[in-house]
Design a protein around this ligand. Structure first.
Ligand code: ZN
Length: 146
């Protein structure tokens, strides 16, 4: 069951985001990487913000990381999301990416148990047959709350 309600529609992917979508179908978290300067582009963009190159590749990353920040949503701007309240939105700092942060959701964790700095691992949330990256607490790291 997807983290957010079935009626919540994911916006269509833009042409410069298709490498990410292809990775999702293969359950591989891919980040756009500038072919010229080697920096990651997240979110994906047609041009590199550092060197203005329009050339890029897609690089798979582990999907491990830590919670950089998060919020608990208690008022749904989109009526479709009301049944999911309260839900979380986390920003995950991805390992091995020199600072790339991914906006996502953390599953299987009550809002009061989420903390900045917690280690997380990738989990594929299936929405309309499309796997999308979300996260769960790293089971190999001892819990620090409680
Ligand atoms: Zn570049």
């Amino acid at each position: 069951m997807p983290y957010l309600p079935a009626g919540f529609e994911v916006p269509p992917f833009l042409p410069h985001e298709l490498g990410f979508a292809e990775g999702c179908h293969l359950r591989e978290l891919r980040l756009q990487c500038c072919t010229d300067c080697g920096r990651f582009r997240q979110p994906p963009a047609p041009r590199c913000a550092h060197c203005r190159s329009n050339r890029s590749d897609w690089t798979a990353v582990s999907g491990r990381g830590e919670i950089y920040t998060y919020t608990i949503v208690r008022h749904a701007a989109n009526p479709v999301l009301r049944e999911a309240l309260p839900y979380n939105v986390v920003v995950v700092l991805l390992d091995g990416t020199e600072g790339v942060r991914l906006v996502s959701n953390l599953i299987d964790t009550a809002p009061e148990h989420i903390r900045i700095g917690q280690r997380v691992v990738l989990h594929w949330d299936i929405r309309d047959a499309m796997p999308l990256p979300c996260f769960r607490l790293d089971p190999d790291v001892e819990s620090t709350h409680g």
